[in-house]
Design a protein around this ligand. Structure first.
Ligand code: CMP
Length: 142
């Protein structure tokens, strides 16, 4: 066990449906500490950069279009085993496969509009947190 961080984004579909309050409540009730948070809207260049690992995937253009169509909430979350525990909390990428009670099971509609993002490794969590926030904005990390 180690105190570490993960980066989440509440995606445009979640905010369009006013699910951000319920989702943030579930996150904090599950033991995650919000150490940075902002409401923002990604530009096309931002989304292409953030998801550059997927640039050769057939869904890349749709992913960029979806992630830029409205505001998101980006947040850095701190907890023991944050990356692994948060991926358990949000559920499988495809909501059809997401376990009961997970955030995607409750709020996602499809694999492409799946409500929420969670980092998949400690290395990516650090990279993704730095993408959205300066060190000064990540309170427990100073
Ligand atoms: P996330 O894991 O947050 O980041 C990558 C995103 O790409 C993923 O959520 C999905 O929204 C999207 N994605 C992954 N696989 C597919 C797919 N097969 N079809 C459409 N979108 C996908």
């Amino acid at each position: 066990m180690s105190k570490n961080i993960t980066l989440t984004m509440l995606k445009p579909d979640a905010l369009e449906k006013n699910h951000e309050g319920a989702i943030l409540h579930q996150i904090t009730e599950s033991g995650f500490k919000i150490v940075a948070m902002k409401l923002t809207q990604l530009t096309k260049a931002d989304a292409e950069d953030f998801y550059s690992v997927h640039k050769d995937k057939p869904f890349f253009n749709d992913l960029v279009e979806f992630m830029t169509r409205g505001p998101i909430i980006a947040a850095v979350l701190q907890k023991d085993d944050a990356v692994e525990d948060f991926r358990t909390l949000i559920g499988a990428t495809n909501p059809e496969d997401a376990a009961e009670g997970t955030i995607r099971e409750k709020y996602a509609v499809s694999i492409s509009e799946n409500a929420i993002h969670g980092s998949d490794s400690d290395e990516n969590a650090a990279r993704e947190a730095a993408f959205h926030f300066s060190k000064r904005e990540m309170f427990s990390l100073q």
